[in-house]
Design a protein around this ligand. Structure first.
Ligand code: E4P
Length: 193
């Protein structure tokens, strides 16, 4: 299983990158906003100089056309940029159009296996089940990873399963055992962060 860092903080990304363990980076609007004064595009481009792997940049439009347009823009920033879109029907429209243009997507905010199956069929490169948030509502986050892995294996689907909303190191190990392709987590990967 590959490890990504979930951060837009260049110092943190530089530190984790120096350990030689990083295969990619995920960001989201909250993480970008935390880096006060930093421009979104230049932050993503700077991250691309630190990590040679997929770097997820999230769209903020609510409609598929808006997400698609944002995706077309972001994809020009660097070849490693992956367009993050939500697991909504509008998100599926954007994934489908971006995939036809050869642009890779990360379908985020996935809370059930049906969303994961539809994202893959629309052409998603990555699916991001949010295990911590699923646990938060009393459902089995790791069980969701196992279900998606099984659904993808049965269907011969190559979309990468990325364990997101990771809260502690045990989540990482259990995701690896469950067959996730990637786990993304903050540099301080504990519930006390
Ligand atoms: C991943 O891409 C997400 O940015 C991240 O895992 C969100 O996790 P949270 O539930 O801690 O916000």
């Amino acid at each position: 299983m590959e490890l990504y860092i979930d951060s837009a903080n260049l110092k943190e990304i530089r530190e984790a990158s120096s350990w030689g363990i990083l295969s990619g980076v995920t960001t989201n609007p909250t993480l970008i906003a935390r880096e006060k004064g930093a421009d979104f595009r230049s932050t993503i481009q700077e991250i691309a100089t630190l990590v040679d792997g997929p770097i997820s940049a999230e769209t903020v439009s609510l409609d598929g056309d808006g997400m698609y347009k944002e995706g077309i823009d972001y994809a020009q920033w660097h070849p490693n940029v992956i367009i993050k879109v939500p697991s909504t029907t509008e998100g599926l429209k954007a994934v489908y159009k971006l995939a036809k243009d050869g642009i890779r997507t990360n379908v985020t905010l996935c809370f059930n296996a049906a969303q994961a199956l539809m994202a893959a069929r629309a052409g998603a490169f990555i699916i991001s089940p949010f295990i911590g948030r699923v646990d938060d509502v009393g459902v089995d986050g790791m069980g969701l990873i196992r279900e998606i892995v099984a659904v993808y294996e049965n269907g011969g689907i190559t979309t990468k399963v990325l364990a997101a909303s990771v809260r502690h190191p045990r989540h990482i190990i259990d995701a690896a055992i469950a067959g996730a392709d990637v786990a993304t987590c903050p540099l301080k990967c504990s519930s006390s962060r």
